[in-house]
Design a protein. Structure first.
Lengths: 264, 341
C-alpha cells in the first residue's frame, strides 16, 4: 500500500513478565494496519491472539520490539492520547444495563469531555451520528439491558465510533451472536472501514464469514509465526492450511472455509 | 433520554421533599412529643412554653436528626462507590470489613481508656482517629490484594474474610478487657445517632460534606467503570489511581460515621439499590445525588422508628428490617432488574 500505516510493529514480542520470569507468547511480529482496511487476525485458541491485541492497543507492555502508531512509538503516548487513537470493543459482560443506548455511546466521548463529563453540542452530534452509523437510531432511548446480543454489540461498536479513533480493535466481536447478527456485524465493520477510513482489526473464529469481507489477514500459524498478507494471496498460497496442521480439518478453497478431512 | 431525565428529576425532587418532611418529624417525635409550632419557636429562638422543650429540640433532637441525615448519606455513598469499584452490586462497607476495621480501631482506643469515655474533645478525637486507622488498615489490605487478585468477586470474598478476622480480634480484645470497657463498647456497637453533640456537629458535618463533595468529583470515571475496568482504561481512565481514590473516600466516609455513631449496618449495601430502582438508571450523574438523598431519608426514617417507643431502640435493630427484604427482592429479581444485565 502506498499510504502510511496507521499501526505497525517492528520485531515485536508479546507475552507476560512475572518478576524475573518471562513467558513469551508470540515473537518476531512484523505487521501493519492501514487506514480504510478491515484486517482479520486468525489463529487457534490459546495461540496468543488476545495477548497480541492487548499489547498493540497499549493495555500491556511489549516484551521486545516496538509498536508505532500514527508515526510515533506507542510508549510515547499518554493513556489519554492513546484513548483518542485506539477504540476497543471487547466481549465482556458489563453492568451497563441501566444505561440507555445514548448514555452508553456517550461514554465514548470521555477522552474529549471535561472534568464532569458534560457533553457539548459537538459531542452530542458525534454520539447521534455514531448511533446512526450502526443502524440503532430507533433504539437510542432504550435501555442496554433490553437489547439483543447483536444490538448490544452494535451499541458497543457505536461507543467505539463516538471515541473518534482512527483505529478500532475488536476481540472476537461475533462471538455469542446468531448467524444473522454475525453477518450484519461483519458488514457493518467493513462499511465503517471504507466509509470512514478507519483501520479496523478484529480477531475471529468465523473464517468462512469473514474472508469475503476482509482485505488482509494476520495469521498466527501453529508454530507461532505470524504471516501477513492479502486475503486472496494467503488463500491461494495455502497459508490457511498452516493454522491447524495437526487437526483433522483442511481449508477448502471451493467453499472458502475449513471442513473435516474425511468428508462423509 | 427525555423519559429518563424526567424520571431522574422527579426522583431527586421526591427524595429532597422526603428529607424536608422527615427532618421536622424527627424533631417533633420522641420520648416526649413536642408540638410543631413549639419546635419551630425553639429553632428560631422565640419563647417556648416549657424550658426543657427548647433544650430537647436544640441540644438533643436537632443534632441527632442532622447526624442521622449526614451519616445515612455518607454510608449510602460509600456503599455506591464500593459497588462500582468492585463491579459488584452486593458490595458494601460492612460486607467488605471496612466498618469492622473501624470498630476494631475504636475498640482498641475505648478499651485502652478502660471504658471511660470522657466528654473531653481529645477522647472523641482519639476514637475518630482509631476508626480512621482501622478502616485504613482494612483498605490497605484490600488494596494490596487488589494488585494480586484481578477478579472483583474474589476480592469481595477476601474483604469478607478480613472482616471475620477483624471481628475475632475485637472479640479477643473484649475477652481481655475490663467490664466497663466492654460495656461502653457494646453500647457504642449498637449504633445510634445521639453520639454527635451540638458542639461536635460542625466537625462531623465538615468531614462528611467534604468527603461527599470529593465523591461528586469522581462521577466521570465512575460512569466509565460501569463498562468494566478494561473499557474504562481504553477511555483514558487510570484504573489504579481511580480505584485508590474510590477506596480511600469510601473508607473515610465509613470511618467518620462509625467513629461517631457506631457501626451502622446495611445502609451502605441497600440504599444504592433503592436509588437505582427508583431512578431506573445507573448513570452516576443522577445516581450519586439520589443515593446521598435516599441515604438521608432511610436514616431519618430509621431514627424516627427508633425513638417512637418510650425507650430508644438501637439503630442496628432496625436497619436489617428495612434492608434485608430489599436485598432479597433484588437478588430474586436480578434477571428482571436493568442494572444486573
Amino acid at each position: 500500500m502506498s499510504h502510511q500505516a496507521m499501526l505497525s510493529t517492528n520485531d515485536l514480542a508479546v507475552g507476560y513478565r512475572n518478576g524475573k520470569r518471562i513467558s513469551t507468547v508470540l515473537e518476531h511480529i512484523n505487521v501493519s494496519l492501514y487506514p480504510g482496511e478491515l484486517v482479520c487476525l486468525l489463529g487457534a485458541n490459546g495461540i496468543g491472539k488476545s495477548t497480541l491485541l492487548r499489547t498493540i492497543s497499549g493495555v500491556q507492555s511489549p516484551l521486545n520490539g516496538e509498536i508505532t502508531i500514527a508515526g510515533r512509538n506507542i510508549e510515547s503516548y499518554s493513556s489519554k492520547e492513546l484513548s483518542k487513537l485506539i477504540g476497543i470493543v471487547y466481549t465482556d459482560r458489563t453492568l451497563a444495563g441501566a444505561l440507555t443506548v445514548e448514555e452508553l455511546v456517550s461514554l465514548g466521548r470521555q477522552p474529549y469531555t471535561g472534568f464532569f463529563g458534560r457533553l457539548d453540542d459537538d459531542d452530542r452530534r458525534v454520539v447521534t451520528e455514531a448511533i446512526e452509523n450502526v443502524g440503532m437510531s430507533h433504539k437510542t432511548h432504550d435501555y442496554v439491558a433490553t437489547l439483543s446480543d447483536g444490538e448490544r454489540q452494535k451499541a458497543m461498536i457505536a461507543r467505539a465510533l463516538a471515541q473518534e479513533t482512527p483505529i478500532i480493535i475488536l476481540d472476537e466481536p461475533t462471538a455469542f451472536l446468531d448467524v444473522a447478527s454475525r453477518i450484519e456485524t461483519m458488514q457493518l465493520l467493513r462499511n465503517l472501514a471504507q466509509s470512514q477510513q478507519k483501520a479496523v482489526l478484529l480477531s475471529t473464529h468465523d473464517v468462512g464469514l469473514s474472508l469475503p469481507l476482509t482485505d488482509r489477514l494476520w495469521l498466527v500459524t501453529a508454530n507461532s509465526t505470524m504471516i501477513e498478507g492479502s486475503t486472496s494471496q494467503l488463500i491461494t498460497d495455502g497459508s490457511l492450511q498452516s493454522l491447524f496442521p495437526d487437526r483433522n480439518i483442511t481449508f477448502d478453497t471451493s467453499v472458502m472455509d475449513y471442513r473435516p478431512i474425511h468428508n462423509a | 433520554m427525555k423519559a429518563t431525565s424526567h424520571r431522574s428529576a422527579i426522583t431527586l425532587i421526591a427524595l429532597s421533599l422526603l428529607v424536608v418532611v422527615l427532618l421536622p418529624l424527627n424533631l417533633v417525635y420522641g420520648s416526649i412529643d413536642i408540638p410543631f409550632s413549639e419546635v419551630l419557636n425553639a429553632l428560631i429562638g422565640e419563647p417556648v412554653s416549657k424550658h426543657t422543650w427548647k433544650t430537647i429540640v436544640v441540644e438533643t433532637r436537632l443534632p441527632m436528626a442532622l447526624t442521622a441525615a449526614l451519616a445515612g448519606a455518607a454510608l449510602a455513598v460509600a456503599g455506591l462507590l464500593l459497588q462500582t469499584t468492585f463491579d459488584n452490586p452486593l458490595a458494601g462497607p460492612s460486607i467488605l470489613g471496612v466498618s469492622t476495621g473501624s470498630s476494631l480501631g475504636v475498640a482498641v482506643v475505648m478499651l485502652a481508656m478502660g471504658g471511660v469515655v470522657s466528654e473531653a474533645l481529645t477522647s472523641y478525637f482519639s476514637i475518630l482517629l482509631g476508626a480512621i486507622a482501622g478502616a485504613a488498615v482494612v483498605m490497605l489490605i484490600l488494596l494490596f490484594f487488589s494488585s494480586i487478585v484481578k477478579s472483583t468477586a474474589m476480592l469481595l470474598i477476601i474483604g469478607i474474610m478480613v472482616g471475620y478476622l477483624t471481628s475475632s480480634a475485637i472479640s479477643l480484645l473484649n475477652f481481655f478487657s475490663t467490664q466497663e470497657g466492654v460495656h461502653s463498647f457494646v453500647i457504642w456497637g449498637m449504633g445510634n445517632f445521639t453520639g454527635v453533640t451540638l458542639d461536635r456537629l460542625p466537625l462531623f458535618s465538615i468531614l462528611i460534606l467534604v468527603s461527599l463533595g470529593l465523591s461528586f468529583m469522581l462521577v466521570k470515571p465512575l460512569n466509565a467503570l460501569l463498562l468494566g475496568a478494561r473499557y474504562a482504561e481504553n477511555l483514558g481512565v487510570s484504573i489504579k489511581a481511580t480505584r485508590n481514590k474510590l477506596l480511600l473516600l469510601s473508607g473515610i466516609l465509613t470511618a467518620v460515621v462509625t467513629a461517631f455513631c457506631g457501626p451502622i449496618g446495611f445502609l451502605g449495601l441497600v440504599v444504592p439499590h433503592i436509588a437505582r430502582l427508583a431512578l431506573r438508571s445507573s448513570n452516576h450523574t443522577v445516581l450519586l445525588p439520589a443515593t446521598a438523598l435516599a441515604g438521608a431519608v432511610i436514616a431519618l426514617l430509621c431514627n424516627l422508628i427508633s425513638v417512637l417507643p418510650s425507650s430508644v431502640i438501637p439503630i442496628n435493630a432496625i436497619t436489617p428490617i428495612i434492608g434485608v427484604p430489599i436485598i432479597i427482592y433484588v437478588i430474586i429479581n436480578r434477571k428482571k432488574i436493568l442494572y444486573f444485565n
